[in-house]
Ligand binder design. Structure first.
Ligand code: HEC
Length: 95
């Protein structure tokens, strides 16, 4: 019964069980539409990268996003973090 309840609440709340908090696909679209004005994705693979943790990545996204005056919600920042982390940085999600 407990298992059933859990399954139902996961369905209702649409909680992703394995995925990172953000939606990487939505993040990719957001990135391509808004983030390539100043740099392309090669900054994320440069040898002297300035990002060293998932938290640092999110902070940097927030910094760049507010520099670009995009007014993003925390969800949009999570989505782009999920995208960049899955594609380039590959830090472990801290639960
Ligand atoms: C107004 C210009 C500008 C915009 C728009 C911008 N960035 Fe940046 N971003 C920069 C600059 C400049 C750097 C490099 C800073 C440095 O070398 O110290 C950078 C670096 C970064 C880095 C660190 C790269 C690394 O690993 O060293 C990340 C992550 C990043 N940007 C994400 C984003 C995201 C996500 C967006 C879209 C919301 C975005 N940026 C939009 C200017 C911008």
């Amino acid at each position: 019964m407990k298992k059933l309840l859990l399954a139902v609440s996961v369905l209702l709340l649409n909680v992703p069980l394995v995925q990172a908090a953000g939606d990487a696909k939505r993040g990719q679209e957001l990135y391509q539409a808004n983030c390539t004005r100043c740099h392309d994705t090669s900054v994320h693979t440069r040898p002297n990268r300035i990002i060293h943790s998932l938290d640092g990545l999110k902070k940097r996204i927030q910094f760049c996003e507010s520099n670009g005056r995009l007014n993003w919600s925390p969800e949009q920042i999570e989505d782009v973090a999920a995208y960049l982390n899955a594609k380039f940085y590959k830090y472990k999600e801290v639960p």
